[in-house]
Design a protein around this ligand. Structure first.
Ligand SMILES: CC(C)(COP(=O)(O)OP(=O)(O)OC[C@H]1O[C@@H](n2cnc3c(N)ncnc32)[C@H](O)[C@@H]1OP(=O)(O)O)[C@@H](O)C(=O)NCCC(=O)NCCS
Length: 197
């Protein structure tokens, strides 16, 4: 994994990579097997982030999953995306995958809940606040229109930044699930949001 200094240099490069425009050049595209290396690198960092920020807004396992479990998860994601069961895109900056957004069909295939998709998104800590999440959501929601009628998500109620982003795309909160997350001894609520696409 690159050291923090190397990551910062990468981020600075991304910030100035498009002449005359602020922020990095962001490509959104289908995930491919070689993205695993980047995705796992920033995903494993989430386990460090949560130590610094107990409200860190991603649901994690009690123990960091091992590499082979993660490979299995990623290859299943690629398989579902290929079959069209999942809409998934990565954001690429400077040749690296720096964010992933996926929308999975709810329930069994071709069932009475298949018009609903569940969205998840995460961006590498080095690339947040640069428009990557916005670019991913815009592209993914565009693709969801052909596949789903409703996109739903759950977000930590205290994750005001993420909620603001979702609201900017028209998502609204329809319920709160109390004590949805148990992190150590603390319980956190989740807001449930939905968007008709
Ligand atoms: C939430 C997340 C996906 C957003 O992606 P991002 O690339 O950082 O978002 P963008 O740079 O496109 O920001 C878009 C808008 O989101 C809002 N936003 C995002 N993060 C914010 C924060 N920490 N504080 C305040 N506003 C925030 C702002 O409105 C921002 O627009 P602005 O910069 O014009 O004010 C990303 O920050 C992330 O992965 N965070 C950690 C994990 C997480 O919380 N995931 C959400 C799970 S539900």
């Amino acid at each position: 994994m690159p050291r923090t200094g190397a990551r910062m240099a990468k981020r600075e490069k991304a910030r100035t990579s498009e002449s005359g425009r602020k922020g990095p050049k962001i490509i959104t595209r289908k995930p491919k097997p070689s993205d695993f290396r980047d995705v796992i690198e920033y995903y494993y960092r989430f386990y460090e982030e949560v130590k610094e920020n107990p409200l860190f807004g991603i649901v994690l396992s009690h123990k960091r999953p091992n590499m082979s479990d993660e490979r299995k998860w990623f290859s299943e994601l690629l398989g579902r995306t290929k079959r069209g069961a999942t809409v998934a895109l990565v954001a690429e900056v400077d040749g690296h995958a720096v964010g992933l957004c996926e929308v999975n069909a709810i329930g069994r295939p071709r069932s009475e809940v298949s018009h609903r998709g569940e969205l998840g998104i995460a961006v590498s800590s080095d690339y947040r606040g640069m428009g990557v999440g916005t670019a991913l959501l815009r592209s993914v929601l565009g693709k969801c229109r052909k596949k789903f009628e409703v996109v739903e998500l759950s977000v930590f109620s205290k994750n005001k930044g993420a909620k603001k982003l979702y609201e900017s795309f028209g998502f609204s909160t329809y319920a709160t699930r109390p004590h949805s997350i148990k992190r150590g001894d603390a319980y956190l609520d989740e807001d449930l949001m939905r968007l008709e696409v």
